[in-house]
Design a protein around this ligand. Structure first.
Ligand code: HEC
Ligand code: HEC
Ligand code: HEC
Ligand code: HEC
Ligand code: HEC
Length: 452
């Protein structure tokens, strides 16, 4: 029988033990995972990142150990290694076994690397591993238009280089979370976000944008009937990229033929005192806001405008105000419109300040029920299911917009589409950004939308 060729120096021996341990645990876990026996993303980190690291560390220790050992030999210590002789069947067996093990090792490492990448790319990893920190974005994401796209669709995009970049900056963030030094809320904008051209445009082809889109905004009153007011806007979406078709409307800014750069002087990119436009014919025009000095501009951040300068909340939209959130729930039917005063009561309930989500949940549910019980006893007696539906809906509005632990609430994150709750389009379109020839970036309502 063949003896196992254990190394005769302690460092390599530790290496062999670590590698074996790592490999066995990893294989067990890999099979469990393949059969769907776990679902916790923390386990994913332990097994697909920590175990393979132990495995690779062990593999590295083996040659390091024998190198140290050979150095000792060179220093005149006695040789404990056998001379390799391929005429000796035992040596041939050992060589074959070493070769076989190396192949198996390579397979394990590739499997681990693949599984590790998959775990780190999953929405569960982004959204729940740093649970409290990313909870606001994760909750909003699940309710948004991109819930099936995954965090990495926008935050990393295709190709290996951004994956590596994001994992490097992610490592720093993991430390910030571990040592609790991260900011609350997580600041926006993301300074080193990948250009939208390489992410959004995987799915949205700007050359296909055209024409108008009709949007109906519904606002409800704080009266008994929750009276609705409708505003219909005909949004001039526009678009087009090609050289022989006019590029028009809102998406003109990001057509290939147009190049807009701007300087912003605040951390949230809400103040934009300087804009430079290079049009499709190469003409350049610079617009400057009133009263701005060259010194202000020199301190600012300069940036080429892309999709996220308007669509800065596509993946995880939060409502700008409690009123907007409640109006959206009424418009979609989540919140029963027929309940008297439901708009007023819902807004009051979600606007309260509570120390944490758990306290809020209990207090909000009690508040809504209490109102109907004492002020509308008839409704409370006869239409209990509607009242309970309202409770569920109001709780959902709160828990997906307000996160006391992260200091996130309605309006914490500005939304740059529009101009009602945040400056948005009017950061530039305010009739006072002037070029040398007197031309301004216009605030004419009709340029952007028809109003009915
Ligand atoms: C449809 C694209 C998209 C998806 C999907 C997406 N994000 Fe974002 N996210 C963005 C953009 C764009 C910004 C940057 C906004 C800015 O720079 O103004 C951002 C910013 C952030 C920020 C910084 C704080 C903030 O809210 O602005 C965090 C944290 C974040 N995303 C986490 C996530 C997580 C976690 C997921 C998945 C659960 C996710 N994102 C999915 C587009 C997306
Ligand atoms: C992997 C594909 C994918 C990527 C990447 C992606 N989107 Fe989307 N986006 C979609 C799909 C699919 C929808 C339609 C969802 C629906 O109709 O509910 C959508 C809808 C939208 C909408 C309209 C719906 C709404 O109410 O928000 C906007 C605006 C939008 N995306 C902007 C962006 C921006 C900006 C980016 C880059 C930061 C981006 N998307 C990245 C697939 C993607
Ligand atoms: C100047 C601001 C601005 C820029 C830049 C911009 N968009 Fe938009 N986009 C808008 C507005 C405004 C709307 C209409 C929003 C609404 O529904 O009220 C819109 C609508 C959309 C829609 C929905 C279209 C539909 O018919 O439902 C998608 C998708 C979209 N944009 C993607 C993009 C992508 C991708 C980019 C970058 C190539 C981009 N946008 C650049 C302002 C902008
Ligand atoms: C960074 C500055 C900036 C922001 C922010 C901005 N725009 Fe503009 N926009 C411009 C400039 C510059 C022009 C060209 C002005 C001119 O005609 O001299 C322009 C032109 C337009 C036009 C006319 C395009 C055409 O057909 O010629 C529309 C429509 C428009 N913007 C819509 C919007 C909307 C909607 C938003 C907000 C979602 C927005 N813009 C935000 C800089 C901006
Ligand atoms: C530079 C482009 C632009 C100009 C100029 C502009 N708007 Fe708007 N407006 C928008 C966009 C984009 C939205 C859509 C916001 C959204 O999707 O939530 C909007 C939304 C609105 C809404 C509905 C908002 C809500 O939240 O209920 C009203 C009302 C409105 N605009 C009125 C006006 C009036 C009046 C003017 C002229 C003084 C004007 N707008 C000028 C881009 C513009």
């Amino acid at each position: 029988m063949m003896k196992l060729p254990l190394p005769r120096n302690p460092v390599s021996l530790v290496g062999v033990l670590l590698t074996t341990l790592g490999a066995v645990l990893f294989l067990i876990f890999f099979l469990a995972d393949a059969f769907g026996l776990h679902s916790n993303p923390y386990m994913g980190i332990v097994f697909f990142i920590v175990l393979p690291s132990i495995f690779v560390l062990g593999l590295l220790l083996i040659p390091i150990g024998s190198w140290l050992h050979r150095r000792r030999l060179a220093a005149g210590k006695p040789d404990v290694w056998p001379k390799i002789d391929f005429n000796n069947p035992r040596h041939r067996n050992i060589a074959a076994m070493a070769f076989g093990l190396t192949v198996v090792n390579i397979m394990i490492v590739s499997m681990a690397a693949y599984a590790g990448v998959e775990v780190m790319d999953s929405t569960a990893f982004c959204g729940t591993v740093c649970h409290e920190v990313m909870q606001p974005q994760h909750e909003a994401f699940k309710a948004g238009a991109h819930a099936r796209v995954g965090c990495v669709g926008c935050h990393i995009g295709p190709g290996a280089s951004w994956f590596v970049k994001s994992k490097l900056s992610g490592t720093r963030q993991v430390f910030a979370v571990a040592f609790n030094t991260h900011e609350r809320p997580i600041p926006s904008p993301v300074k080193n976000l990948r250009p939208a051209r390489e992410t959004c445009e995987q799915c949205h082809w700007p050359e296909k944008f055209h024409g108008d889109k009709v949007r109906v905004f519904r606002e409800y009153a704080a009266d008994e009937k929750n009276t609705v007011t409708e505003t219909t806007l005909q949004m001039h979406i526009g678009g087009g990229q090609s050289a022989n078709r006019p590029v028009t409307g809102i998406h003109w800014h990001t057509s290939l033929a147009t190049e807009i750069e701007y300087i912003t002087t605040d951390a949230k990119r809400q103040v934009i005192p300087w804009v430079r436009l290079k049009d499709r014919d190469g003409n350049v025009r610079e617009y400057t806001a009133e009263g701005v000095t060259a010194a202000d501009l020199a301190k600012g951040e300069r940036r080429r405008m892309d999709c996220v300068d308007c669509h800065n909340r596509p993946g995880h939209p939060f409502a700008s105000t409690a009123e907007k959130a409640v109006d959206a729930a009424l418009a979609s039917g989540d919140l029963p419109l027929s309940l008297p005063f439901v708009r007023r009561e819902a807004v009051a309930a979600v606007k309260g300040t509570y120390p944490n989500q758990q306290t809020a949940t209990d207090a909000i549910a009690a508040k809504v029920r209490e109102f109907y019980k004492t002020q509308q006893p008839q409704v409370y007696m006869t239409r209990r299911p509607e009242v309970e539906r309202a409770v569920v809906s109001v709780l959902a509005i709160y828990s997906r917009n307000v996160f006391p632990a992260m200091n996130v609430t309605f309006g914490t994150y500005p939304n740059n589409i529009g101009h009602m709750d945040f400056p948005g389009c009017f950061r530039c379109h305010d009739d006072s950004h002037k070029a040398k020839d007197g031309r301004v970036i216009s605030q004419t309502c009709d340029a952007c939308h028809g109003i009915q």
